[in-house]
Design a protein around this ligand. Structure first.
Ligand code: TRP
Length: 362
């Protein structure tokens, strides 16, 4: 105990986009390199993805490799982190089953993430039971690894809160067994939730407003140049708004001062650029060209690593396979502790024999 352990993950329902990058991947790489954590587990949550994709197992399967490639290309290092696939750790399902006894239907119904996802997917009362209970399975994911720290976006906050409740309940009923995790949110507001290129609140594949980590240079340029800005900023000389202006939100998330010297030496930092835009006299095209360079600067090394890994697929699969073995070992240790606490570890010791013999001793 006393170890600092990270667990986090993503559903494999599509390639990862730059929203994932600024919101979580970039941070994970920093955490990996910080040397502050004893163990780091990054999970491809295929079982969770199936809770609302039961009819599309092919989609989930195909995206396992896509997400793994995105992880590796973003800089996650399999020598420092354990990359694994959720479904290959059956202990997680077993833990979920026991945690289900500690959570009420009304508590799940109040979970804001579940609530909003039910609305988004038009599930209403036809919601699959597995989907409804995924906060419980997420608690299993987190506690199985004794995670102290869960780096996720703010949309996952209710999940971590629900996990903490389950931990407290479990520990109070069965004795101190599980570790209560802390959420680690992204540092900046822009990174919390990057809007789509069209200015809509969320990047989503179905809206076609994402820039993917695997997009090529030309695709990125086209997407950036057609981005939503301030709709009232019609002529260059007009004053413009930077609040709610997607181009500036992206700059907030991606820009570093040093990029100005390199790509836009008329300004020394983002505040100066914003001030000029607000004053009037700065055109969208110029800002977009700058943003394009900034994004390319960060994505080019990622894309290069990706195309390298794309040519080493057997190795990528092996990383997931070996990682899943390591993860299962860890989860099995927790499950042993859980079963002992719940007194369902009948064959670990001879206690059950002694107890019953005492009862029936003549
Ligand atoms: N719910 C997360 C998502 O939608 C994925 C996930 C599953 C997860 N289990 C987790 C994240 C445990 C953090 C911890 O992306």
């Amino acid at each position: 105990m006393g170890k600092k352990i990270i667990l986090t993950g993503d559903r494999p329902t599509g390639r990862l986009h730059i929203g994932h990058y600024v919101g979580s991947l970039r941070r994970r790489v920093e955490l990996q390199d910080s040397g502050k954590f004893d163990e780091i587990y990054i999970m491809i949550a295929d079982a969770q993805a199936l809770t609302d994709n039961a009819e599309h197992p092919d989609k989930v399967r195909k995206n396992i490799i896509e997400v793994a490639l995105d992880y590796l290309s973003a800089g996650l290092d399999p020598n420092k982190v354990t990359l694994f696939i959720q479904s290959q750790v059956p202990e997680l399902t077993e833990l979920s089953f026991y945690y289900m006894n500690l959570v009420t239907v009304s508590r799940l119904q109040r979970n804001p993430t579940v609530k909003s996802e039910i609305q988004m997917r038009n599930f209403e009362t036809s919601i699959p039971v597995g989907f409804f209970t995924y906060p419980i399975s997420q608690a299993a994911d987190i506690t199985a690894f004794d995670a102290t720290t869960v780096p996720v976006g703010e949309d996952q906050e209710p999940m971590i809160e629900q996990t903490r409740e389950i931990v407290r309940k479990f520990n109070s009923v069965y004795g101190d067994t599980l570790v209560e995790p802390e959420i680690l949110l992204p540092e900046t507001k822009a990174a919390m939730r990057l809007p789509g290129t069209d200015g809509k609140a969320k990047m989503s594949k179905s809206l076609g407003n994402c820039i993917y980590l695997s997009d090529d240079e030309e695709t990125i340029r086209t997407k950036v140049m057609s981005m939503f800005t301030d709709p009232n900023h019609l002529r260059v000389q007009d004053p413009g708004e930077v609040e709610g202006n997607t181009v500036f939100t992206y700059l907030d998330a991606f820009c570093k001062d040093e990029y100005f010297a390199e790509f836009l030496p008329d300004y020394s930092n983002l505040d100066e650029l914003k001030a000029h835009y607000k004053r009037g006299g700065l055109g969208d095209v110029k800002v977009k060209k700058f943003l394009n360079k900034v994004i390319l600067e960060q994505l080019t090394p990622i894309r290069a690593r990706r195309s390298d890994y794309e040519q080493r697929i057997p190795e990528v699969v092996d990383i997931l396979h070996q990682g899943s073995i390591v993860a299962e070992k860890k989860a099995a240790g927790t499950l042993d502790r859980v079963k002992a606490a719940m007194m369902i570890n009948y064959f670990d010791t001879d206690d059950i024999v002694a107890e019953a013999m005492e009862k029936y001793a003549k």
